[in-house]
Design a binder for this molecule. Structure first.
Ligand code: FAD
Length: 288
């Protein structure tokens, strides 16, 4: 079923994002963790694809198994950077054959080596991919990515928001946000997007901070900011009790954030699981 239809039927909901393990030997552990997380009855799960379309085969295969063997409504991430229409057709055919009916249509990022040009002959932006899927696979549910604090490459927040709206105008059903750590940023984003005329569901992304190292990643790559107060608390937690204390604080923070988002009227929460079951169970316990 298309995810946007399910969203309207069952608020507030939880959705879970996973990434394909690099090594096939780790798949068993991975599926074991997903199995544990079924206890949360996620509305849907999503599976990422690597930068520049790498790991696409694994994404498609894992999506098929999540959908068919585990019975979870699954959304496969599909990037267009580094691919052409033929690649996209192939992915869409495979997804259709596996009865995976939802994709997150993304431009993607170039692999770290930077070999891939950002302009491709067939698709330049995610909006182009949305139009293509709408035309060639009209039966597919389509989500897109959104950036409450603006995409790192954008020249201005206002221009970036117009580009996000374009993806929805071209036929996307809903938007999943980059993680935010301050719920006010999400609610402000909603207000501005509604003012622009966006009516589709906007699902907030929540990332549990499980180590100080991950903060470095968040700050350097994602375009999201970590509130200063939270950062200081994480540092203090580290001095007090090392990795375990940071993890405890990160889980407690995410749990409060999820509560606040739902209380404030978010339709649900998209949890970036980091492929870990126990922290996600602790965050969601008693809420979903
Ligand atoms: P776009 O919407 O195309 O936007 C990219 C940039 O181009 C923005 O700065 C935008 O303002 C600008 N732009 C858009 N349209 C125009 C236009 N007409 N003219 C000029 N500028 C324009 N990456 C992966 O590789 N794999 C994943 O699985 C993955 N999953 C993600 C899931 C979520 C929920 C999110 C939020 C991000 C994910 N990403 C993933 C990261 C994403 O691919 C990168 O952030 C990428 O740089 C942008 O992708 P996009 O689809 O948002 O691109």
């Amino acid at each position: 079923m298309h995810i946007d239809r399910m969203i309207n039927q069952k608020p507030p909901f939880l959705s879970l994002e996973f990434f394909p393990p690099k090594e096939e030997k780790d798949w068993e552990t991975f599926f074991g963790r997903v199995e544990k997380l079924r206890a949360l009855s996620p509305l849907f799960v999503s599976i990422t694809c690597g930068a520049g379309g790498t790991s696409k085969t694994n994404t498609l295969e894992i999506a098929s198994r999540l959908q068919n063997e585990m019975g979870l409504e699954t959304m496969a991430h599909l990037t267009c950077l580094g691919g052409n229409k033929e690649d996209i057709n192939h992915s869409l055919e495979q997804l259709r054959a596996s009865e995976v009916n939802n994709v997150l249509a993304l431009r993607g990022d170039p692999p770290k080596e930077g070999a891939t040009s950002l302009t491709q002959p067939d698709f330049t932006y995610a909006a182009d991919l949305v139009s293509y899927i709408r035309e060639h696979a009209p039966d597919m549910g389509i989500g897109v990515a959104g950036y409450p604090e603006a995409h790192p490459e954008s020249s201005s927040i206002a221009v970036d928001r117009r580009h996000m709206k374009e993806k929805l105008d071209r036929g996307a059903d809903f938007l999943v946000t980059q993680f935010v750590f301050d719920n006010r940023v999400y609610f402000e984003f909603i207000e501005r997007m509604r003012e622009l005329g966006v009516t589709q569901p906007i699902i907030p992304g929540v990332l549990p901070v499980l180590s100080l190292k991950s903060v470095r990643y968040i700050l350097s790559l994602s375009g999201a900011s970590v509130p200063g107060r939270f950062y200081l608390q994480l540092q203090e937690a580290h001095e007090r009790g090392g990795v375990a204390e940071v993890r405890r604080l990160g889980i407690a923070f995410a749990r409060e954030q999820v509560r606040g988002l739902l209380e404030g009227g978010a339709p649900g929460v998209h949890l970036y699981t980091l492929n870990q079951a126990d922290p996600c169970l602790q965050i969601a316990e008693g809420i979903f």
